[in-house]
Design a protein around this ligand. Structure first.
Ligand code: NAD
Ligand code: IPM
Ligand code: MN
Length: 359
């Protein structure tokens, strides 16, 4: 009985997770997956009440579950950066979820803002446990004209080797009759010539082990340009934590925007995983029923795949794509549905919506 911790979080998080859960429960019933959902009220309200993002006893429980399903965190009332660091980043780091997988696939031609976009089907493989996010640094003479502020960019050979290997393995797995398979390693080694020289050397070693796979390097500035110019050229993009954060938002907009972008934070060795939409808590949309639930729903599909329920995952993705193609979407995708009605649209295409549930 797979146990899934559910953290709706802040802002639009609870609204999109509610729809994601309806979809997961529907396919759970169809496929008899016997998923056990365990709710956690972690979030800004709790932080403001207790001063804690993630109490240690709760963290110990989250270490034991089969997957974590998270909405978003971030609240205008909380300005303390330790809040996000102590919750989302702590889970990524301390559960050692070193892969942040962020696919962008064009599900309907109308969703791209580009002319002649071609077939966009790429995955950003973002290193998720080090880089500029490691939280090493400090401030000196704060609030004086002499202030010094430092965030170190941590790149370990072990960390870079393992994310590169994951990217090559993913490209091998994605290879098909229509796609030869290509890994694009993105760095800024011309300027960050210590840290990203390590990426260069690790990449040379990794590509040597996958001699039949096309492998190329792009600097991050050119990668950003090429994503807009010719996104169909990309297959697997592997990069550092911060570049992956930025490029995945960019890539999401090429195929419809943050509202539909899913992500998986994974450790393929320990089989731990945290699944969340790429978007944040979008405070200005919270409580209005306008948020697009598809990013959360498609993250649920990634969760199902992680649990080995491939067929159920594929069904959810197919139903979501059908709803999009038929225009049954929220406003951000050009439709006129509420969050709940957009969830209904997916459920209906899964054939699981009871007449009494229809809105
Ligand atoms: P955001 O992703 O929350 O929203 C940016 C904009 O994207 C929104 O204003 C909205 O126009 C659009 N958008 C995002 N999700 C949408 C959805 N589901 N449906 C329709 N439109 C959607 O980014 P932000 O405004 O920079 O950040 C808000 C808060 O969220 C901040 O506190 C930030 O730190 C946090 N954040 C959290 C996560 C996370 O929990 N994984 C990710 C990103 C940002
Ligand atoms: C994301 C978010 C986070 C990140 C923030 C909230 C720390 O933007 O998941 O993409 O930068 O990783
Ligand atoms: Mn981000």
């Amino acid at each position: 009985m797979p146990r899934i911790a559910v953290i709706p979080g802040d802002g639009i998080g609870p609204e999109v997770i509610a729809e994601g859960l309806r979809v997961l429960k529907a396919v759970d019933a169809q496929h008899r997956l016997e998923l056990d959902f365990i709710p956690y009220d972690l979030g800004a309200d709790r932080f403001l009440r207790t001063g804690e993002s993630l109490p240690n006893d709760v963290f110990a429980e989250l270490q034991q579950v089969d997957a974590i399903y998270l909405g978003a965190i971030g609240d205008p009332r909380v300005t303390d950066p330790k809040y996000a660091a102590g919750l989302l980043l702590r889970l990524r780091f301390e559960l050692d979820l070193f892969v942040n997988l962020r696919p962008s696939r064009l599900l309907a031609p109308a969703l791209t803002p580009l002319r002649d976009a071609g077939e966009i089907d790429l995955v950003v493989v973002r290193e998720n446990t080090e880089g500029a996010y490691a939280g090493i640094g400090g401030q000196f003479k704060r609030d004086t004209p002499e202030e010094v502020a430092i965030n170190e960019d941590i790149n370990t050979r072990k960390g870079v080797d393992r994310i590169l290997r994951y990217a090559f393995e993913l490209a091998v797995a994605r290879r098909s009759a229509r796609r030869a398979g290509r890994v694009t390693m993105v760095d800024k080694s011309n300027a960050l010539y210590y840290a990203h020289d390590l990426w260069q050397r690790a990449f040379v070693a990794a590509r040597g082990q996958y001699a039949d796979m096309e492998a190329e390097h792009l600097y991050v500035d050119v990668a950003a340009m090429q994503l807009v110019k010719n996104p169909a050229r990309f297959d697997v993009i592997v990069t550092s934590n911060m570049f992956g954060d930025i490029l995945s938002d960019l890539a999401s907009q090429l195929v419809g925007g943050l509202g539909i972008a899913p992500s998986a934070n994974l450790n393929p060795q320990t089989r731990r995983g945290l699944f969340e939409p790429v978007h944040g808590s979008a405070p200005k949309h919270a409580g209005k029923g306008v948020a697009n639930p598809l990013g959360a729903i498609l993250s649920g599909a990634l969760l199902l795949r992680h649990l080995g329920a491939e067929e159920a995952a594929g069904q959810v993705e197919y139903a979501a794509a059908a709803a999009i193609r038929e225009g049954h979407t929220t406003r951000d995708l050009g439709g006129d549905l509420t969050t709940a009605a957009a969830g209904d649209a997916v459920l209906r295409r899964l054939g699981t919506l009871e007449p009494s549930e229809r809105s």
